[in-house]
Ligand binder design. Structure first.
Ligand code: GDP
Ligand code: MG
Length: 400
């Protein structure tokens, strides 16, 4: 076993999401922080924007009071970064990323200032009860000190009452200025409480087929699930059940069938491990046919031991609160009350599902879901409503 794989067990891993408006420099920043480019899909390269969640893992080292990712000094913390798209059409992807993070970095380009998705992402973090925030005031190389000060004041005003204590770090991601201040801020986030005792709950954020074309059948790998372990421990050889699983047609009716499989191998970032504990973006190679994992088809699902997951919910009861204004739609659009029979989009853990409001009484909504999901009592949800073909966040809630 490599030195790295051993330290994985000894020091904790924290999951940090990178959010913010498109083009404000999230992917460039993550490249500087981690040494990795996360926009690697051909479509992303072509269009120059992040479409899928991107992942990069580092270990932070402390060396005489300063921090680096290059192995100088003592390893102090593993960080799994999740890069999210800032495009308004990809809000759902951003939200599924938020489901698996402990802390977030909000990137605001100093030359452009606070934009619709800056606001929308910040509110989503708050709705999902992400406690720790670092703000990066990026592209500082493009502004003079006056503009930088004004932008700083705007950020302060945006954070007020939400994340009053969040550090605001001026950075030039492109020129690699002040990156070590980000490591320092990450080190100031307290260790995250981890529940190792409960039954495992693995939230699936993506799934894929890792086989290269033309590989011989005896070397074929099973479908891989990427995501994070919310609680419990998983080991190689454990039996898994995945819900909702796959859609099957029986007696002319479509319904979901849970998948049962076994863990073939486990990875924490790129390190192969025998056991997973909460923290880190991790992946599970299963014995399932690789085809089942293709194109994120199992994303949004949840895995645990056989028989330990709750029944699928096709209706939920939600205690909700609405934002005063529609986010991301420009300033001043009031949120109208939720009405019976309207369609809403809900983000629950790593899944997104359309729901039809059955009944409303006060701040409790009963909603039937188009696609059933695994829910746990107390899960935080984001609620979006359709405005001119865009899903806009209008509030948040808690599953009862
Ligand atoms: P994202 O959409 O938030 O992921 O933004 P990208 O990382 O793709 O960056 C968008 C553009 O801004 C790219 O052309 C980057 O080279 C540029 N950029 C990123 N950070 C900086 C910076 O600190 N200074 C300057 N001048 N340009 C930057
Ligand atoms: Mg990007």
């Amino acid at each position: 076993m490599s030195k790295e794989a051993k330290t994985t067990k000894e020091i904790e891993t924290i999951n940090v999401g990178i959010v913010g408006h498109i083009d404000h420099g999230k992917t460039t920043l993550l490249h500087k922080i981690s040494g990795k480019w996360t926009d690697t899909h051909s479509e992303e390269l072509k269009r120059g924007i992040t479409i899928k969640l991107g992942y990069a893992d580092i270990t932070i080292y402390e060396d005489k009071g300063t921090f680096n990712k290059d192995g100088q000094g003592t390893a102090v913390r593993h960080v799994s970064f999740i890069d999210s798209p800032g495009h308004e059409m990809l809000m759902a992807t951003m939200l599924s990323g938020v489901a698996i993070i402990d802390a977030a970095i909000l990137v605001v380009a100093a030359n452009e200032g606070i934009k619709p998705q800056t606001r929308e992402h910040l509110i989503a973090l708050q709705a999902k009860k992400i406690k720790h925030l670092i703000v990066v005031q990026n592209k500082i190389d493009l502004v003079d000190s006056e503009q930088a000060k004004k932008n700083y004041a705007d950020i302060k005003a945006l954070l007020k009452g939400r994340y009053d204590d969040a550090p605001i770090i001026p950075v030039s991601a492109q020129q690699g200025v002040n990156i070590d201040e980000i490591y320092k801020a990450i080190m100031e986030i307290p260790p995250q409480p981890r529940n190792l005792q409960g039954e495992p709950i693995f939230l699936i954020a993506r799934s894929f087929d890792i086989n290269k074309p033309g590989v011989s059948p005896d070397k074929l790998k099973g479908a891989v699930l990427g995501g994070t372990l919310r609680q419990g421990i998983l080991k190689v050889g454990d039996e898994l059940e995945i819900k909702p699983g796959i859609v099957i047609k029986e007696a002319n009716q479509y319904h979901y069938k849970a998948l049962k499989t076994k863990i073939k191998s486990l990875f924490n970032g790129t390190h192969q491990v025998q056991e997973l504990t909460p923290g880190g973006s991790v992946s599970i190679e299963t014995e399932l046919d690789m085809v089942l994992g293709k194109k994120d088809s199992l994303a949004g699902g949840v895995a645990s031991y056989h028989g330990k997951l709750p029944e699928l919910s096709s209706a939920i009861k939600l205690k909700f609160s609405l934002f005063p204004e529609v986010l991301g739609a420009g300033v001043g659009t009031k949120v109208e009350p939720i009405k019976a029979s309207e369609q809403l989009m809900l983000s629950i853990n790593t899944s997104m599902t359309v729901g039809l409001v059955k009944r409303i009484s006060g701040n409790i909504a009963e909603i039937t879901l188009k696609v059933p999901v695994v829910t746990f009592k107390g899960d935080n949800t984001c609620i979006a409503r359709n405005f001119n073909n865009h899903w806009r966040l209008i509030g948040c809630g808690e599953i009862l």
